[in-house]
Design a protein around this ligand. Structure first.
Ligand SMILES: [Zn+2]
Length: 219
């Protein structure tokens, strides 16, 4: 665990040697971490940063898996609904088009942005950042894209969409017969891969690799 520093010490230490907790703002001396170690805030227990093995390679594999899942998750049927002899298959995309056609253009735009456009842009940013580290090219663009990625992070709301789907399934289950589609399986897998990616792609190591002259990120 890192050492907290008091107000008098802070003025003597270079900024690079300090780290502040994201959750409780405790100021600490930055600890040197070995591979596989992680630093936790001594006050609230928040994980400050971790030094993980093969960050770039593992993250690249997860980004590619997520991109492969993206198309079936959005364009294959999430569920098939049979009600009074009528059956309909719904995909994320057909949901957006349906909202647009029924005059709810504003809602359609929000659903399109939060469930389709931003998650895709986030994945493409992550892919470009990882490739720029892997191939050691265009690190300044990589830095810019990683900053953009952090701004977009809160706007991709796949989990909110999934909650909506689950609520719909529970509410409609008594009224109609519902068959879960392959799209929902891909959608849940996409969400899981993204959660794993958040864990594996340690921001501390990515920022360090992007701003470093020589590449240590693949450690
Ligand atoms: Zn803390």
């Amino acid at each position: 665990m890192p050492d907290p520093v008091d107000a008098i010490e802070v003025s003597d230490l270079p900024l690079d040697d300090l780290v502040a907790c994201h959750e409780c703002d405790l100021l600490m001396r930055k600890p040197a971490l070995a591979l596989g170690e992680k630093a936790q805030c001594p006050r609230c227990g928040y994980e400050l940063y971790a030094h993980r093995h093969n960050v770039v390679e593992r993250s690249l594999a997860l980004v590619l898996a997520a991109l492969l899942l993206y198309i079936p998750a959005n364009f294959l049927p999430i569920m098939q609904l049979n009600l009074l002899g009528q059956s309909s298959e719904d995909t994320v995309w057909s949901g957006v088009v349906g909202l647009f056609d029924t005059g709810m253009q504003g809602v359609a735009a929000v659903v399109f942005l939060c469930s389709m456009a931003i998650p895709l842009l986030k994945l493409l940013c992550q892919l470009a950042v990882l490739l720029s580290i892997r191939w050691k090219i265009g690190r300044s663009y990589g830095l810019l894209l990683y900053r953009i990625y952090h701004h977009m992070k809160d706007w991709g709301m796949l989990e909110v969409y999934l909650m909506g789907v689950l609520v719909a399934i529970v509410k409609l289950a008594d009224m109609a017969s519902i068959t879960i589609g392959l799209g929902l399986v891909c959608f849940v897998s996409l969400l899981m891969v993204q959660v794993l990616l958040e864990v594996v792609m340690s921001p501390h190591q990515i920022w360090q690799a992007l701003s470093a002259e020589d590449d240590h990120a693949g450690d």
